[in-house]
Design a protein around this ligand. Structure first.
Ligand SMILES: Cc1cc2nc3c(=O)[nH]c(=O)nc-3n(C[C@H](O)[C@H](O)[C@H](O)COP(=O)(O)OP(=O)(O)OC[C@H]3O[C@@H](n4cnc5c(N)ncnc54)[C@H](O)[C@@H]3O)c2cc1C
Length: 393
C-alpha cells in the first residue's frame, strides 16, 4: 500500500504549491510547461487569490525573457546619482525591465485555468508536515491535502526576528505619478539616487519613467527599524519638489518590505521545499529576487524532469556568493554611510555587464578580483574577518 493510502487521505497531488505569489505562480507555470510525464494534479493554495498587493518588479536581462509580452517598459540607459556626481550608463546588451504583478497574475491564472491540471483552494495554510514514507501533508484549517512534493512560499517573519545574525529590512514606498509638464526622460531609468540623508541607513530613490509625464518614483531604505508611512511620503514629496518640480497627481501607490538577511532558509524536510523569499531566493545584499525566482524554478523543474531531488544540487548557501553577500550586508549594517559610495563605485569602476553578472552570482573568480580591488579593501577585509570569526563561534 502506498503511504498516501495508509494515511487514509483523499486529496492527493503530485505537487502542492503553497502561495500564489511570484515564486508559486512561476513554479506552477514552469511545471505546466514541463515535458515531465505529469499524471497527477497540482494543487495551488493561497490565503487569498484576489488580495495580492500590486507590485512592480524590475530586473536586468540580456536575453529572451520568457514572458516578454508582459514587460511594461524597458530601458537601455540607467543613471546613478551621488551628491554632485551623475553616472549615466549605457547597458549595452542588457535592458532594465519592468513588469506589473497584476499583468503577470492575470496571465498566470489564465494559463493555469486553461491547463485544466491545477486545483485552486483559498485557505490559510497552518502546518505542513513530512510523511515518513515520503510526501507531505498540508493543513489548511480543517482541510488536509497530501502531496508528493510540497513547495512552500510562506515567509516566517518570526524566524527572521529571532535570527541573531545580519538582517535589515529593505523598506520602500512608491508613487506612480503623472506630472503636468513633460519632465521625465523616458529612455533613462534612475536605478539609485543617493542624494538624501545616509546617516543611519542606506537610502535612495529610484525613478522609472514610462512616458515624459508618467513615472514610478520610490523611496527605499535599508534599516531594521520600520518607519511610518509619513516618513516615506515626506521623503517622496521632498524629492519631487527638489529634483522633479512642477505639479503632479498620484495615480497609484505601492509599498513593501523585503528581508535582507544571512539567515539560512534551509530545507528541513525531504519533500517540503521552501521557495521564493521564504526559500532564500532574495539576494541578501540587494533585495533583488525576481531573476533568482526565474532561475530557481527552472532548476527545480529541470531536476524533477531528470528525477534528481532538488536537495541533491549544491546550494547557494554553500557558495562564495553567499559569503560575499554576508560581508556586504554586515558592512551596510555597521557602516550605513559607506553603502552609497560602495554601490556607486561598483557601477562607476566596472563595466556594467560585470556588475550585473556579479549581482546575479555568475562572475568568475578573476572578475570578482577585478571588482574587489576597486572597493575599500581594508573595510571589506575587516568585515570578512568578522564573518569568519562569527562562523567559528
Ligand atoms: C512592493 C514590492 C516590490 C518589489 N520589487 C522588486 C523588484 O523590482 N525586483 C525584484 O527582484 N524583487 C522585488 N521585490 C522582491 C520580490 O520579488 C517580491 O517580494 C516577490 O513577490 C517574492 O515572491 P514570493 O513568491 O516569495 O512572495 P509573494 O509574492 O509575497 O507570495 C507569497 C504568497 O504566499 C501567500 N501566503 C502567505 N502565507 C500564507 C498562508 N499561511 N497560507 C496560504 N497562503 C499564504 C500570500 O498570500 C502570497 O500570495 C519586491 C517586493 C515588494 C514587496
Amino acid at each position: 500500500m502506498n503511504p498516501f493510502e495508509e494515511q487514509g487521505l483523499l486529496d492527493k497531488y503530485s505537487f502542492i504549491i503553497v502561495g500564489s505569489g511570484l515564486a508559486g505562480l512561476s513554479l506552477c507555470l514552469e511545471l505546466l510547461a514541463s515535458k515531465m510525464d505529469l499524471t497527477g494534479r497540482i494543487l495551488l493554495v493561497d490565503k487569498s487569490f484576489s488580495n495580492y498587493p500590486d507590485r512592480t518588479w524590475c530586473f536586468w536581462d540580456s536575453g529572451n525573457f520568457t514572458y516578454k509580452d508582459l514587460i511594461t517598459k524597458e530601458w537601455r540607459n540607467v543613471r546613478l546619482c551621488l551628491s554632485d556626481k551623475l553616472l549615466d550608463i549605457d547597458l549595452g546588451r542588457y535592458r532594465y525591465k519592468m513588469m506589473d504583478s497584476q499583468d503577470f497574475r492575470h496571465y498566470a491564472f489564465s494559463e493555469i485555468e486553461a491547463s485544466g491540471r491545477v486545483d485552486m483552494v483559498e485557505a490559510i495554510v497552518t502546518d505542513i508536515s513530512q510523511l515518513e514514507g515520503g510526501g507531505a501533508v498540508v493543513m489548511a484549517g480543517q482541510l488536509k491535502y497530501i502531496g508528493q512534493k510540497v513547495f512552500d512560499s510562506r515567509f516566517n517573519k518570526e524566524e527572521l526576528n529571532n535570527h541573531s545574525g545580519n538582517k535589515l529590512w529593505q523598506q520602500f514606498r512608491g508613487w506612480y505619478i503623472e506630472t503636468e509638464a513633460a519632465v521625465f526622460d523616458q529612455n533613462k531609468a534612475t536605478l539609485m539616487d543617493f542624494r538624501t540623508n545616509q546617516e543611519d541607513a542606506v537610502a535612495f530613490y529610484y525613478v522609472l519613467p514610462v512616458s515624459p509625464k508618467k513615472a514610478l518614483i520610490e523611496f527605499t531604505l535599508f534599516t531594521l527599524e520600520l518607519k511610518p508611512r509619513e516618513f516615506y511620503e515626506n521623503a517622496l514629496n521632498r524629492f519631487l519638489n527638489e529634483k522633479v518640480g512642477g505639479k503632479f497627481t498620484i495615480i497609484s501607490e505601492e509599498d513593501g518590505i523585503i528581508p535582507m538577511t544571512d539567515l539560512v532558509f534551509s530545507q528541513k524536510y525531504r519533500d517540503i521545499l521552501p521557495i521564493g523569499t521564504a526559500g532564500g531566493w532574495t539576494k541578501p545584499s540587494t533585495g533583488y529576487t525576481f531573476s533568482f525566482v526565474r532561475r530557481e524554478v527552472e532548476n527545480i523543474v529541470n531536476d524533477l524532469e531528470q528525477n534528481i531531488h532538488p536537495l541533491e544540487k549544491p546550494k547557494y548557501f554553500s557558495s562564495r556568493f553567499w559569503y560575499y553577500d554576508r560581508i556586504l550586508l554586515r558592512l551596510i549594517s555597521e557602516y550605513p554611510k559607506k553603502g552609497a559610495h560602495i554601490f556607486f563605485s561598483l557601477f562607476q569602476d566596472n563595466p556594467v555587464s560585470r556588475v550585473f553578472k556579479f549581482l546575479d552570482n555568475r562572475t568568475s573568480l578573476w572578475e570578482e578580483f577585478l571588482i574587489f580591488v576597486k572597493l575599500p579593501v581594508i573595510l571589506f577585509v575587516k568585515m570578512a574577518v568578522k564573518e569568519v570569526f562569527k562562523k567559528r563561534k
